[in-house]
Design a protein around this ligand. Structure first.
Ligand SMILES: [Zn+2]
Length: 426
């Protein structure tokens, strides 16, 4: 049966290639362009209809009450998630872990069949409260990537579906140690690393704005108050008014820019005056302070040295593994870069410090590519279950090389992307 399918895939590629070449022949373009297009089309045909390719799809929050999350497009309702997993299951997809994916790709296994890797980033509590039951129901394996600074201190297991009434469920927050252990012990969920800090850091000395009563970034609040990370949403986002804002990067791949504390004090003192933000020229006044400070001191802050950054990156890579391995009692060997940002240096460092694979996104890896780099398909929520289910199936099929679905997926993406944005603003 499998041999027939392989033969069918091969025949399909040849037919596609022949059709493509015929089409190219009739194109009203110069002869040399036609000749150049033939190998190009051959490459596309070679990639087509590879049902053994293993897609990796990534979710974040699966929640019936995700309003507290500042990026609502990463929230998918339990009903939608359940329908997505149900349909993947109906089409015969079996969930595997990152270790399995690594082995399939390392051994260049061309007979992986209908396997799928399901990932959750960040370690939201709702992965336990809402998603876990769906995984149990369809016996679907998944991997949760946890950032260790964000692990909740709550030791007891919170109530989850189906063991509680809807009104008793708490959706906000992050997984605690008990829930992480329970998920790992279920053998249905594997816990892997998403670094320790997941910090958004300043990376350049260009002031791009200031904290105002209307602009209080919660990522800056978490960076300045690391002990409050797992419960930031329970606090008022109290940031010093006038605090300068700089372009942002990722703690695990960029060097940190530290603004001069004296500059911060001057700006905060000025912005703290009564009625300061009622003045029409408040931003000019703050800009002037920055300009004056820069003139006198030649700089508005310092960037950490390359050596300091290297040590910080290595500590974060090693620490997150250690913490999760102590918690779960099993090896942690796969890493998702926070916000998918990395560089060739930290990628090398991750492999040296014991990780087998790290992720790159978004993209379409294949089984014969390097097993150390995994590309993932991000699943976003539109708030419309039917569209979300269609999109996940089309993403998976297109990934597997059924390019016949690509035009439909393209259309659906055009339709759903504005919905994601609108939903995001709601
Ligand atoms: Zn993340």
């Amino acid at each position: 049966m499998k041999l027939n399918r392989r033969r069918f895939e091969r025949t399909f590629r040849w037919v596609l290639f022949a059709l493509g070449c015929t089409l190219i022949f009739f194109l009203p373009v110069p002869q040399w362009i036609k000749i150049a297009m033939i190998p190009l089309f051959g490459l596309v045909a070679l990639q087509a209809w590879d049902l053994n390719r293993v897609p990796v799809i990534v979710f974040h929050s699966i929640s019936n009450d995700g309003d507290w999350i500042r990026e609502p497009s990463i929230v998918v309702s339990v009903k939608t998630f359940s329908a997505q997993i149900k349909w993947l299951s109906k089409f015969g997809y079996k969930g595997i872990f990152f270790d399995d994916l690594y082995n399939i790709r390392k051994n260049r296994n061309r007979r992986a069949g209908k396997k799928i890797v399901i990932a959750f980033d960040d370690g939201y509590l709702d992965n336990w409260v809402g998603a876990f039951h769906v995984l149990e129901k369809y016996n679907m394996k998944a991997t949760v990537f946890v950032s260790t600074d964000w692990i909740d201190k709550c030791e007891i297991l919170r109530l989850r579906i189906p063991h509680a009434k809807p009104s008793e469920l708490g959706w906000k927050g992050y997984l605690g140690p008990g829930e992480i252990k329970a998920l790992q012990e279920s053998s249905l969920v594997d816990i892997q690393s998403h670094g320790t800090s997941h910090d958004h850091i300043f990376v350049s000395d260009q002031v791009i704005g200031f904290v105002t009563p209307q602009n209080t970034p919660h990522t800056l609040f978490c960076y300045l108050n690391p002990e409050l990370k797992p419960e930031w949403f329970r606090h008022e986002i109290n940031l010093p008014l006038g605090y300068p804002l700089f372009p942002l990067g990722e703690a695990l791949s960029d060097r940190i820019f530290y603004p001069d504390p004296k500059l911060i004090t001057r700006l905060v003192d000025e912005a703290g005056r009564p009625g300061f933000f009622n003045q029409s020229d408040w931003d000019e006044r703050l800009d002037n302070i920055v300009r004056q400070f820069n003139k006198t001191n030649q700089k508005v802050g310092i960037t950490e040295s390359q050596d300091h950054a290297k040590k910080r990156w290595r500590d974060e890579l090693v620490q997150s593994r250690k913490i999760l391995e102590n918690l779960t009692g099993k090896p942690v060997r796969h890493l998702v870069w926070p916000r998918d940002k990395s560089n060739s240096f930290v990628e090398k460092m991750a492999l040296e410090s014991g990780y087998l694979s790290t992720t790159r996104s978004p993209g379409h890896h294949n089984n014969s590519g390097t097993p150390a780099q995994v590309e993932r398909i991000s699943i976003v929520g539109t708030g419309y279950p039917a569209l979300d289910v269609a999109r996940v199936l089309l993403e998976v099929w297109t990934f597997k090389g059924c390019y016949i679905f690509w035009p439909v997926l393209f259309l659906l993406q055009r339709i759903t992307n504005p919905l994601v944005l609108r939903y995001g603003k709601a």
